[in-house]
Unconditional design. Structure first.
Length: 252
């Protein structure tokens, strides 16, 4: 039995007068992949961003309820949000590489957190690129612009950049939506490998992807968490008719 890494209690999110989430309760286990599925606009990405308080960057957003990381509440006034986002990294839908070299992209985070020694930085860069299954493809051109990499390589570079600051949780918001099938397959293999060391929460519109790579799946609809269970159970024997209708293509 895995340990609990994250726990959400009665999470509500408001964008000014619009309520985007209604009382979401979810237990997320350590070293597992948890997939969030549902139609567009159902609240799954909003919930993902509550886990490292990214919604606060959107003006007029209000969050109620609590999320616990290792039993510690993250929605406390004295919580260090920078430290939280170091522990809970984020990979977005489109690869957001910085306009600098491959090396500098990965070294950026450790530098921000105070690491200046070139030898240590180089060790972190190599370790992170290897962990992201990218080292063998680009080790001879670390000083080349990151923007020259393919889309799939850029997304793995972003993952390496997240890994460089040694997070505990990795959030992924549709990380394969802009990738071709081969790059998507590589990314999925990487996610399965990464869960040995990290806890991963992924938003995906691809139900086959959720079925392939996740241990648990939550189905969101109209801001509510309709159903949450092991992936096998949710896809084979859903408890709620709305879940069944969605995964069989009757709506959404």
């Amino acid at each position: 039995m895995s340990q609990l890494k994250l726990k959400s209690e009665n999470i509500k999110v408001f964008y000014k007068d619009f309520q985007a989430l209604y009382d979401v309760n979810m237990d997320i286990e350590e070293n597992r992949v948890t997939a969030l599925i549902g139609p567009s606009g159902c609240g799954k990405s909003t919930f993902l961003r509550t886990i490292n308080r990214l919604n606060e960057l959107i003006e007029g957003t209000r969050t109620e309820g609590q999320i616990y990381l290792d039993e510690q509440p993250i929605y406390e006034k004295d919580r260090d949000v920078v430290e939280l986002r170091k522990k809970v990294g984020m990979v977005f839908q489109k690869p957001s590489v910085f306009p600098m070299s491959i090396y500098e992209n990965v070294a950026y985070g450790p530098r921000i957190h105070g690491i200046k020694d070139r030898k240590r930085l180089s060790e972190i860069v190599e370790r992170s690129l290897k962990a992201a299954n990218l080292w063998n493809e680009i080790s001879d051109r670390l000083n080349s612009p990151a923007a020259r990499l393919s889309g799939g390589q850029q997304q793995r570079l972003v993952i390496a950049r997240v890994l460089a600051v040694e997070p505990e949780v990795i959030l992924m918001d549709e990380p394969a939506s802009a990738l071709d099938p081969i790059s998507t397959s590589r990314l999925e293999d990487l996610i399965v490998e990464l869960k040995k060391k990290y806890t991963i929460v992924i938003v995906t519109h691809n139900m086959q992807q959720a079925a392939r790579i996740s241990d648990y799946t939550g189905f969101f609809l109209n801001g509510q968490l309709v159903e949450f269970s092991s992936t096998d159970e949710l896809f084979v024997n859903p408890r709620d008719k709305r879940t069944e209708d969605y995964i069989t293509g009757r709506f959404g």
